[in-house]
Design a protein around this ligand. Sequence first.
Ligand SMILES: C[S@@+](CC[C@H](N)C(=O)[O-])C[C@H]1O[C@@H](n2cnc3c(N)ncnc32)[C@H](O)[C@@H]1O
Length: 321
Amino acid sequence: MTAPAPHIPVLAEETVQALAVAPGETHVDGTFGAGGYTRAILSKGVARVFAFDRDPEAIQCGETLAASSGGRLTLVPERFSRMRQALAARGVEAVDGVTLDIGVSSMQLDQAERGFSFQGDGPLDMRMAQEGESAADFLNHADEAEIADVIYELGEEPKSRRIARAIVAARPIERTGQLAAVVRKALGHHPGMKKDPATRTFQAIRIHVNEELRELEGGLAAAEQVLAPGGRLAVVTFHSLEDRIVKRFLKSRSGSLSGGSRHRPAANQAGPAPTFEAVAKPVRASEAEIRINPRARSAILRAARRTAAPAWGAKQEGAQG
Ligand SMILES: C[S@@+](CC[C@H](N)C(=O)[O-])C[C@H]1O[C@@H](n2cnc3c(N)ncnc32)[C@H](O)[C@@H]1O
């Protein structure tokens, strides 16, 4: 088994600043990972942190930190879209801050056994929670059009049909190395290419298998429900599909969406009151951070403050109830 590289937190300082973490508060870290954000939040003297992760391995790795936190850190092996129910089950109705750092951790990516990466060879798995349909299950059973749609929509890959055809012709596909080779052959791979041709396809399949966009929508709606008036939300994303969801959510909930929203009231009809205000300008990593951690290049942080208005989003909450 390959040893997982430690995950370097991205935009951690900026995120903690956006959360305006103060002593005595209660916070949710929706994506514990290697605990980088949680450690930074704990260091500000908060009373409690509830740290969620759907990956049992991440939760297990956090046990030492929880044990040394003096009872301040509670690890929650759950999807962040279910944070309201999980907090309620622990007697917590409202929190002062929620942070989400979307995507996979370096530990997940770098362990070939988890099947996320086209760089090493491993079983074609890609499941963060290690349950449900794996990437191999999906690719070996879905029809060609569905595979093409997933690669096109979630990978923004213009040559998705060609890739889907090659995948179906090569079935069964059980290993990440095999999938990477099929995609590279379908698209043409030249040594010295800046980006591996398999990048977009792997991203698309990972997002599909883990329902990541639905989870993000559910997580934002859940944050709206659990944040106390004045509570802060900070979300870091790594690609445009995710950032678009966060941007639209904050625009819509702060009452500044210019049309096209299913939440937008018809003209001259009073809509629900804004649930977020003080929407901050997006923050990107500095050149210095990108030099140390190239993964930070695509990161975008968005943040806002909860108003006292009732949540709009009960219906959107939870990708799976
Ligand atoms: C980018 S890493 C977070 C890194 C973390 N901020 C740190 O500093 O170490 C994302 C983590 O979120 C977890 N995750 C992704 N989607 C999730 C979801 N819907 N619910 C709970 N955890 C999720 C992944 O398993 C992964 O461990």
